[in-house]
Design a protein around this ligand. Structure first.
Ligand code: URA
Length: 238
């Protein structure tokens, strides 16, 4: 049965579906010896030969792996880092499969980051229409009053667009800094930081503690673990 080239590449563990689209348009993928740059291209995995980076791509080649990493501050989430800063992939040495991060955490943000070679799951979890809840613990400058909290919950303007309803509750008040729990459904660039700036309580520290019901728990900073079968099943059900 024919299917779209980007879907085939994602399922074969080459890259996330969006990244696979970029590889195609950049002319890095060949089908039956010819470079294909058209995104609509359909292939028959039984008959057509797909080559990326000089290698024939076979969907059954790699087993699918699912990893949770406790990302420390001071690591970039992108695979290739142009400024020589440490990258999260340096922390998952020993994993044979070619895994990639599901979405992104900022350089200064710590916490739960999923990594996998399952491009289909990555696509699902990062696509805006799926609305997966992400929970953060943030330390903010000052303590937001009720009106600031309400504003945050209703949505604020970030990069010219209103954010979707979000949750925020104060866990601990301090003299200069308070600790809050925040839940958002979107994954826009630096969204939590920008939302907190919009209510004039900038972020001093940010950590992601959950994706949906999947929790970081006691996993030590800088360490990773494989997800359990039940956790993988849960993510696929979202
Ligand atoms: N929101 C942010 O501002 N930064 C992150 O790393 C994640 C969500």
């Amino acid at each position: 049965m024919e299917e779209r080239l980007q879907k085939f590449l994602a399922e074969a563990g080459v890259a996330s579906r969006r990244k696979a689209e970029e590889l195609i348009t950049a002319g890095k993928v060949q089908v039956n010896g010819k470079t294909v740059t058209e995104l609509g291209t359909k292939i028959d995995p039984q008959k057509d030969e797909v080559v990326y980076a000089g290698k024939k791509i076979d969907r059954q080649r790699e087993k699918l792996v699912y990893i949770m990493l406790h990302k420390p501050e001071g690591y970039v989430t992108t695979a290739k880092e142009q400024f020589g800063r440490p990258a999260v992939l340096d922390l998952v040495k020993g994993v044979e499969e070619r895994i990639f991060p599901v979405g992104r955490l900022d350089y200064e943000t710590s916490g739960l980051l999923l990594l996998t070679n399952d491009g289909e799951l990555t696509y699902k979890l990062t696509h805006p229409k799926h609305d997966v809840e992400k929970t953060y613990i943030a330390r903010l400058y000052g303590t937001p009053d009720d009106s600031a909290l309400q504003k945050f919950r209703r949505g604020v303007i970030v990069d010219g667009r209103q954010t979707k309803p979000a949750k925020i509750r104060i866990l601990e008040k301090g003299d200069r800094i308070c600790t809050v729990e925040i839940t958002i459904h979107e994954g826009r660039n630096r969204q939590v930081r920008k939302m907190c700036e919009a209510i004039r309580h900038p972020v001093a520290q940010l950590k992601r503690v959950a994706t949906g019901e999947l929790r970081l728990g006691e996993l030590p900073k800088g360490k990773f673990r494989y997800l359990t079968a039940a956790e993988v099943k849960y993510l696929k059900s979202l």
